[in-house]
Design a protein around this ligand. Structure first.
Ligand code: IMP
Ligand code: MG
Length: 178
């Protein structure tokens, strides 16, 4: 099973890192209420596991966005396929994403959401591939920097598969074993 996937970050390591990230977020948002906006679908496991560890008041919403690659320029386009259910105006918003790759999605989305006048807006991403960046993105809370490999598991998919792996693996290609 899954011969084509090698473990990059184990379930135990993820759990420890999430404890650390939550500790920092609890400290930074002390006395505030965090309004989470998770980016579906990749962020679902990160949203669940992170928010379970938060002790400050939390509300959770989700959105679906699609980004269309720029090719060589930074003119990538982001389309909102499902908007948030609740207004973010006046809220302390924490956008939660699975991975920042080229950066195009968040580079466009964060300013779009900022126009809605939240009290504050920050970004938490579980993974980042800095070597792939085409446009700058400021990540306030980052789980791990990884090399330019295709990551799956803990919400991340390859062709919609492997999101449910409890660890982060590297998809090595080859034939999938069903
Ligand atoms: P970008 O930063 O706009 O290039 O896009 C990031 C999005 O691409 C993420 O939210 C993922 O959905 C997807 N993505 C990028 N790299 C990976 C990967 O290694 N595994 C799975 N999905 C990825
Ligand atoms: Mg995504």
């Amino acid at each position: 099973m899954n011969d084509n996937i090698s473990i990059l970050i184990s379930e135990e390591e993820i759990s420890k890192r999430l404890d650390e990230m939550a500790q920092q977020i609890n400290k930074d948002y002390n006395g505030k209420h965090i309004h989470i906006v998770g980016i579906l679908k990749g962020s679902v496991y990160f949203v669940c596991e992170l928010t379970k560890r938060l002790t400050v008041p939390v509300t959770i919403d989700f959105m679906v966005v699609s980004s269309y690659g720029s090719g060589t320029s930074s003119s990538g386009k982001v389309v909102i396929k499902k908007d948030t259910d609740y207004s973010i105006e006046g809220k302390d918003v924490l956008v939660v994403e699975d991975i920042i790759d080229s950066g195009l999605t968040m580079h466009k989305l964060i300013p779009m959401l900022s126009e809605r006048e939240p009290q504050s807006i920050k970004l938490a991403s579980f993974l980042s591939k800095p070597s792939r960046r085409e446009v700058p993105v400021h990540i306030d809370y980052l789980g791990y920097e990884i090399e330019d490999k295709f990551a799956v598991g803990f919400g991340l998919d390859f062709d919609q598969k492997y999101r449910n792996l409890p660890f982060v693996g590297v998809y090595e290609g080859g034939v999938d074993v069903e």
